[in-house]
Every structure is written in C-alpha cells, then in structure tokens.
Design a protein around this ligand. Structure first.
Ligand code: 13P
Length: 284
C-alpha cells in the first residue's frame, strides 16, 4: 500500500501500548529485508534514511525503492529522514516523498533548537508529514554525526515539556542513556527520567541507539512509554557478518546475488526478532 505518515503509525502504537521499529536503510537489500520481515510479522514499520544514506544512494533512489517495497505489502510503511540537520534537507525530503522527517537541532542551544524544529514542523504539518525533534544529546556515531561522550547529556523533563509545546513535534527523541553504534559495556537507561518525560509530553517518544540494548531494558522502556525504537547497527552487523562468512567459506564465489542474498536473510531475522520484542508483530 502507499506510504503512510509516521504519525499514523506512532499514534496507533501509543494507543496499543507497543513500539514500532525504525530501521535505517541504505540499499535495496536492506529495504527488501525490512519490508518482507514486516509483511511476514504483520507489523507496521518505519524505514529511515540518514543524510549519509541519502548521499550514498541518492534521495530519488531511496524514495523509489521504499515506495516500491511498500506497494508490494499490506502493512503500513512510513519513510523517515533520520537526523536531518538543516531546513533545506528536511524540505528536500518533504518534497521528495518522505512521510516523516527528523530535524535534529540537539547541538544548538534550546531556543535555536526550538526555532529550527518549529520552522520545519510548520511546513511539514501543512502537507501531512510528521516531525521528530531531539532534546538532550545522544552520544555515539550515526553516519556523519558523531557526539563525544563528554558532549552527550540527558534530556531534562521540564525542557521536554516546553520543547513539545513550542514546536508541536509528533515525536521526541530523548537522551536517557543510549548511544548510537556499538556499546562498550552494558548501557544503563534512566527509566525514572523517561517516566518524568512521559508524564509531561503527549507526543510519541523515540529511543535512539537501541542496537545492543538488552531485551529487558527495551521491554521496560516500552512499558514506561516509548513508541519508536531506532535500529541501525544490528542490521549493519547482520549484513556484513553474512557477507564475510560467504566470502570466507566460498572464496571463489563472484555472483553478488549469492553473496548478498544470505545477508538479506540474516537482516530479515534481526528485524523480525525486534518486531516481536517491540510488540508490533500482528498489529498491522
Ligand atoms: P544504532 O545504530 O545504535 O542501532 O542506532 C540507530 C539510531 O538511533 C538511528 O538514529
């Protein structure tokens, strides 16, 4: 079916008490793996492209591939810009066919963050596209955006309330102890802070950096009130581990389909297991 807005998917998740996976995409195999997994799990799904993914594959390719994949299935699929950093980038995605955009002004002081997010939200909302903002700073590396541990800081619940009121965002990415990329040691999530934020904001809450977070912590975050969970690194690992394995076991293989095909299956299994964990299976 045609792409739906991110808001539609996240509102249903809030009402149903589950979370929806937002999986990062860069190429056809990743897109197919995620959308096929969603169809088999009967789960709504969000696909998202970072600015790095757009630079790599091209905006038109990403949109065409995701729309084609969504058209083949009966579950709701949304396409989100992940960590857009400029008004221009967000507008290119709004015009280009995305159905949700994240505008990440978390590196700015509060007022400037509010200003850029509000500017994007005013335009995006007028054409039915939902908007995600970020408050606090999530550490780690997501493509071309790196935040040092010393620069990362947690979301202040009082600021979160003000931020959502002033910007009218549909989704808020919070910093509660997760980080993008691989973890060294086990991440410790601040559930008390998450609850304080949940109590004062009405919009969907987004957990970034969810690869490598233990299942129990994910379940707890959903029970407190997270509706969108971002996964990138675990898909990258499944893809590259699959490719490495084939090349090692069959060094003479030179058909890309025989190298990428098994990796696609490995990514699909990761995505399906996340959908079951997030409670979105059978919710489409
Ligand atoms: P991971 O790479 O840690 O899964 O994080 C993904 C993410 O939050 C994308 O915005």
């Amino acid at each position: 079916m045609p792409l739906v807005s991110g808001k539609e998917i996240l509102q249903a998740a809030k009402e149903g008490g589950y979370a929806v996976g937002a999986f990062n995409v860069n190429n056809m195999e990743i897109i197919q793996a995620i959308v096929e997994a969603a169809e088999e799990e009967k789960s709504p799904v969000i696909l998202q492209a970072s600015q790095g993914a757009i630079k790599y594959a091209g905006l038109e390719y990403i949109v065409a591939l995701v729309k084609t994949a969504a058209d083949q299935v009966s579950v709701p699929v949304a396409l989100n810009l992940d960590h857009g950093t400029s008004f221009d980038q967000a507008m290119k995605c709004v015009r280009g066919g995305f159905t949700a955009v994240m505008i990440d002004g978390s590196h700015y002081p509060f007022e400037e963050n509010v200003a850029i997010v509000k500017k994007v939200a005013d335009v995006a909302h007028a054409v039915g596209i939902s908007v995600e903002g970020e408050l606090g700073r999530i550490g780690g590396t997501e493509d071309d955006i790196s935040v040092d541990a010393k620069d990362a800081f947690m979301t202040d619940p009082k600021d979160a309330k003000k931020f959502v009121e002033l910007t009218n965002v549909d989704a808020l990415a919070v910093a509660i102890g997760t980080a993008h990329g691989l973890y060294h040691g086990e991440p410790k999530l601040d559930f008390e802070r998450l609850k304080e934020i949940r109590d004062v904001v009405d919009c969907a809450i987004v957990l970034h950096g969810a690869s490598g977070v233990p299942d129990e912590a994910i379940k707890k975050a959903i029970s407190v009130g997270v509706q969108k969970i971002n996964i990138d690194t675990e898909i990258r690992l499944a893809f590259t581990q699959g490719v490495r394995k084939i090349i090692k076991e069959q060094p003479n293989e030179y058909d890309p389909r025989k190298i990428l095909g098994p990796s696609k299956d490995a990514m699909k299994e990761v995505v399906k297991s996340k959908m079951r964990l997030f409670g979105s299976s059978n919710k489409a």
